[in-house]
Design a binder for this molecule. Sequence first.
Ligand SMILES: *Cc1c(COP(=O)(O)O)cnc(C)c1O
Length: 435
Amino acid sequence: MTERIKMNFKKSEKLYKKGLKNLVGAVNSPVRAFASVGGNPLFIKKAKGSKIIDVDGNEYVDFVLSYGPMILGHRHKKVQKAVTKALKNGYSFGASTENEIKLAKIVCDAFPGMDKVRFVNSGTEAVLSGIRLARAFTGKDKIIKFSGCYHGHQDALLVAAGSGLATLSLPGSKGVPEGAVKNTLIANYNDIESVKAHFDKHNDIAGVIIEPVGGNMGVVVPQNDFLKELKELAHKNGAVLIADEVMTGFRSKFGGAQELLGVEADITCLGKVIGGGFPVGAYGARNEIMENVAPLGGMYQAGTLSGNPIAMAGGISTLTELKKQNPYEQFEETASILEVILLEKAKKHGVDLVVNRFGSMINPFFTKEAVNNFADAQKSDTEKFAVFFWEMIKNGVFLPPSQFEAWFLSSALTEKDIEKTSKAIGKAMEAVAKM
Ligand SMILES: *Cc1c(COP(=O)(O)O)cnc(C)c1O
């Protein structure tokens, strides 16, 4: 309680006002603006392990983890050492380095469906290139995506695109011409019939793109054999399955959601954890598909900073340490503990709550009914979430500022962190009940 009274956000408020002059909304990515929870965004000073500290000196257990990448927690010693060492040799060369080969091997070993990989600088780039590759390989144009799945901010997929847009209640985005989305078809998550309907109607579908576990409409898990059926259906119709594992790659399991769910995609897109906090994205597939990419094939895709040596060092050291730690069972246990705490405290205070989780991703939805797709998720009471969010902040827990963003676990979490989080959840549910 004393901790709560002491907490103030004066320096964050000052920086926010200052930032408004030359930055759009004082942020460089809209979800950081706290638009859906109200109040001003926090400015961060530093982070270490499982904790993040704002400019006013308030310390939080961090479940944002930079929206996923910091799976080892912040500033892991081995990563810091590897990156510092790389810095001494130069920042960027415009020519190949050995570390690109090393990271490529780690990635291809983790995903059996990938013989070759191409590194890019973000998840957005990984997916837009993956889509281009699906079209190059099949010679077809149309792409099926699922309502509520987010695949980065490329024009073609910025429709029915989950969290950021859901939070801001935008139907898509201004500035995206109709022509850019005319080859995009929308289906419903966990609804194979909605996919079949598109294949029945169109014969020029290049691929189906999916988050194998939804993370951008809150956590939504594929039911039964949904992914297997999806792959069969795509192949039957001469289309490819594109797994957008930007969020789930190395996070659900070292080999991503594909390993955990036993479904191998034709094209896989990666980001977030793969760079351990540095800008790395990647797309990969078996040889037959990747041979379409320049310089081997006719699909052009390039990048001045792609395979950046500092970012490669961050990725290699993060993934090497992650593989050694193998924290996936621990994640499962911690997530199940959090689920129980959330449901118990909600019940105690008479708050309707559904908890979805998958590996190290977990999401409480303020709703009564099961959440298996975007429409279900949207039934959540976002005002309750906003109250919950700020009470968690005031009790030292940093969550993504949106009902529709997954909470992430890091392997740096301690029992003490979970105790603190548990107490905060109790207070936050009490505050929600009093609304
Ligand atoms: C975050 C995310 C992206 C976009 O990645 P950026 O690095 O933000 O461009 C794409 N797909 C999924 C599933 C994501 O979670």
